[in-house]
Design a protein. Structure first.
Length: 208
């Protein structure tokens, strides 16, 4: 497997460079040829946005890796400047773990759609004398916070966790388990009480 670079000219005459994951195959004459490998983004949700506001959703039917063109399952009227995001239809498998984060006004921002396998675990977050830290970790999607240690966020009005509704205005099904909140004014500051109420919680400890 390797990255293949392709240069194409747009209708406006601009040169655009694409990078594709490819591998070699032999054609009917036995000559090695490059073949781009892609899942085609089949079934991926696509979210149309205006700023932070969701205007609607679509589903991707496929993508041509040669042209970079996407096909939607259902037609949608579009114009230049339309903004969208896309995310995996199943689990977004990634982890941020075993880090020490200290001395910043904004330590952690988990701002994405997330999933049941989007995990933030085993991290240590501490204020270390920096003033004006309102929230140690801001969570704006479905994430699993497991076994983290929050320390020293004890200024007036501060909170270890700042929780928001997701992109669709719903409380995400996040998990908060076995976290330690040491010398924190508050464990949680939520955009709405339903955000914390909807989360799965167990084994969290607040101490002085």
């Amino acid at each position: 497997m390797y990255l293949r670079a392709t240069v194409r000219r747009t209708k406006r005459g601009e040169l655009v460079r694409y990078l594709q994951l490819a591998h070699n195959e032999r054609n009917e004459r036995g000559v090695p040829v490059a073949r781009a490998g892609s899942h085609g983004y089949r079934g991926w949700p696509l979210v149309w946005l205006s700023g932070a506001k969701v205007l609607g959703t679509s589903v991707i039917e496929g993508c041509d890796p040669e042209t970079g063109g996407f096909r939607l399952k259902e037609p949608r009227e579009m114009k230049v400047g339309d903004v969208f995001e896309t995310y995996p239809p199943q689990d977004a498998n990634w982890q941020i773990h075993n880090n020490t984060l200290a001395g910043c006004l904004s330590l952690v921002l988990l701002d994405g759609y997330g999933s049941a396998t989007s995990v933030f675990r085993g991290n240590t977050l501490t204020r270390e004398g920096v003033t004006g830290v309102k929230q140690a970790a801001q969570v704006k999607g479905r994430f699993q916070l497991l076994g983290n240690h929050f320390s020293g966020f004890d200024e007036p009005g501060a909170a270890a966790l700042g929780l928001s509704l997701d992109r669709f205005g719903q409380p995400p099904a996040s998990t908060y388990r076995d976290n330690v909140f040491e010398r924190c004014t508050s464990m949680v500051a939520a955009e709405q009480p339903s955000v914390w109420d909807a989360a799965s919680k167990a084994g969290n400890v607040k101490s002085d």
